[in-house]
Design a protein around this ligand. Sequence first.
Ligand code: PEP
Length: 244
Amino acid sequence: MKRVKYVIANWKMNGNLASLSLVRHINNHLRKNEVKSPKVIICPPFTLLGTFAAVKSMNLTFGAQNIHKLDHGAYTGEISSSMVKDVKAKYVIIGHSERRSYQNEDVNELREKILIALNQKLKVIFCIGETHDQIKKRKSILQNQLKSLPKNFSHKNIIVAYEPVWAIGTGLTPTISEIDKIHSNIRNMLTKYVGKNSDKISILYGGSVNSKNASEILYLKNVDGALVGGASLNAREFCKIIDS
Ligand code: PEP
C-alpha cells in the first residue's frame, strides 16, 4: 500500500518574523531538488502562520499547533479552526503530549477539536504516545487515545503521529525494531477502530528525530514520515531529514 509521506516541523513556542529566512531556505531546497515526496509541512506559532502561509510560490504547506474546540466566542487568547483556515493554513496538530499534559486536554476534548477541524476542512495531525511510566501498558494507552478519532473520516484528512512522550526533546528513541513493531500495532488498532481505508492513513514517528537517525527510522515499512520538533528549527538539519 502506497501512503503519502510527510515530514512535519513543529516549531512549538519558537520563531519570529526573521524566521521567514529559515522557511525560504527550506523552500529553496525543495525547489532546487524538485522534491515531490515527502510533503513538507511547517507548523509555526500562530503569530507567524498567516505571514508564512501568504508567501507566494511556496512548495511548503503550513499548519497550526492547536485550535480551540469551538468556532468563536468569548474565549480570550484562543484561536479557532476557522481563523486558521482564514489565513490559508491547511493542517493542525491536535493531541500533542505537551498540550495533553500542560493543558489537560483529554480524549473527549481532543475529539471535539478533531471534529471542528475536519468541519473546517483542515487536515489533522493527531498525536498519540505513552509516557515513560506507561511503557508497559502502551497498547491500552494508545488504544484509548485513538478513541478521539471519529469513526468515519476520510483517510486523506487524518495523519497519525506516534510520539513516545519520553522521546520528545530527550535525545532518546525506541529502538528501530520497536518503532517498526509499535507502528504495525497502531495500524492494526486503526484497522479495528476505523476499518475500511485505515491502511491508507499515514503514521508518522516523532520524538528526537534528527539528521543522524532519520534515514533508519524513515526507511521502515511501517513509518510514513516524521514529526520533528527541535531539529526543525535548524534549516540545514531539517533539509537533511527531508532528504532522508
Ligand atoms: C515534538 O514535540 O513533536 C517533537 C517530536 O519534538 P523533538 O523532535 O524535539 O523530540
